[in-house]
Design a binder for this molecule. Structure first.
Ligand code: 13P
Ligand code: SF4
Length: 367
């Protein structure tokens, strides 16, 4: 297939752009009804409402991984989330189950901040500095190749809802950890577990070097220099503004926010944690939320009894999550129905083998 043909195969046909919302919704409804349990649509909390309404299950990364693994009935899984989540679903499902991503451009800028070549290069250098004292952990927001690398070296994946448990586990295996690719989740988690900031080094994958001021033997956590381009937009100035304008407002953020923001917030946790905290909060309570806007807007709509705002009033949704829209979902389901092999996420066997080890170590420790 030429590059042009490949591009065309992944580009939404004009027909779906020209359909009305009502027509698209009817199409999705009727294909769902016709295919029944043969089709499964897991949907992440950051998805747009126009897609979210068709979810069979919704959740954070951990829950979606668990539910994808548990579902043995569906032949087709149309994953409404980003590329790494669909890869995880493919790794955890059986061979006869096929995973589709409605728009192949739905990546994650954080996952793109660690590629396998940089990781192998980093590992060689870190081994020469620290010997066999290091265990790799990767946030699930990473490619299947990175998960496989971690699995092959005895490590595990983590999500934002089990990161503390997994870092604790890692320290029961080895003296120090390499945490990929989100420096903020790594730093926030290790800090909560009592690791001091002076004991955390940074691995710069572009410069291919370790950034650390102290004596090498005191480094306990090596943080990959990656971040989420959505959550980095919540700043200390945003927190100060909320504290000034709304003295009684509680601030809750995702742990992909920087250490400084998490430190100043009242609460921090995964998307599921944020949803539950607001559900359980007193009526009339007021909240500033530091996470992706599709989710914040949904929470605002679901809780008219509470005053809820975004921690950053100028936030945008996650652009890559937003690429999965109703026309792409309708196109994807149409293709599945017609037996067309497009937008399939298929992780090769060798990568699946090692990545499964990393994911299974995490799932065994998560309830
Ligand atoms: P959760 O696992 O908390 O849903 O987070 C996924 C994610 O990509 C956050 O940016
Ligand atoms: Fe990736 Fe950030 Fe979007 Fe989550 S919010 S999918 S980490 S870019």
């Amino acid at each position: 297939m030429s590059l042009l043909q490949a591009l065309q195969a992944h580009t939404l046909p004009e027909k779906y752009r020209n359909m009305s919302t009502a027509e698209l919704e009817r199409k999705v409804h009727s294909i769902k009804e016709e295919m029944g349990e043969r089709l499964f649509i897991p949907c992440h909390h950051y998805q747009k409402d126009e897609v979210f309404q068709f979810a069979d299950v919704t959740g954070d990364s951990l829950k979606l991984a668990q539910l994808s693994q548990a579902n043995r009935k569906a032949e087709y899984i149309a994953f409404c989330g980003v590329h790494f989540m669909a890869e995880t679903a493919d790794i955890l499902t059986a061979e006869n189950q096929q995973v589709f991503l409605p728009d192949m451009r739905a990546g994650c800028s954080m996952a793109d901040m660690a590629d396998i070549y940089q990781t192998e290069r980093a590992w060689d250098k870190l081994q020469s500095l620290f010997g066999d004292t290091l265990l790799p952990l990767t946030y699930v927001n990473s490619t299947a190749a990175i998960k496989a690398f971690v699995g092959k070296h005895g490590g595990a994946t983590v999500t934002s809802s089990n990161a503390e448990q997994m870092v604790q586990w890692a320290f029961s295996q080895k003296e120090r950890i390499l945490f990929l690719p989100d420096q903020h989740l790594g730093r926030n988690t290790a800090y909560n577990l009592g690791v001091r900031l002076e004991e955390m080094a940074i691995w710069d994958p572009i410069e291919n070097k370790l950034v650390f001021d102290g004596p090498l033997e005191t480094a306990k956590v090596i943080l990959w220099k990656g971040h989420c381009s959505v959550h980095e937009n919540f700043t200390v100035a945003n927190v100060q503004q909320v504290r000034k304008n709304y003295p009684n407002m509680k601030i809750i953020v995702h742990p992909e926010c920087s250490r400084e923001v998490v430190e100043l917030a009242d609460l921090a946790g995964s998307t599921n944690y944020i949803i539950q905290a607001i559900e359980q909060a007193e009526p009339d309570s007021s909240w500033a939320i530091g996470t992706e806007m599709n989710l914040v807007n949904r929470i605002i709509q679901q809780h008219p009894d509470k005053q809820i705002i975004s921690l950053n009033p100028h936030m945008c949704p996650c652009l890559t999550m937003n690429r999965i829209d109703l026309p792409h979902l309708a196109w994807c389901l149409d293709s599945i129905k017609q037996g067309e092999r497009r937008n399939i996420i298929q992780v090769d066997q060798q990568t699946t083998g090692f990545a499964t080890q990393a994911l299974e170590r995490m799932l065994a420790l998560s309830v």
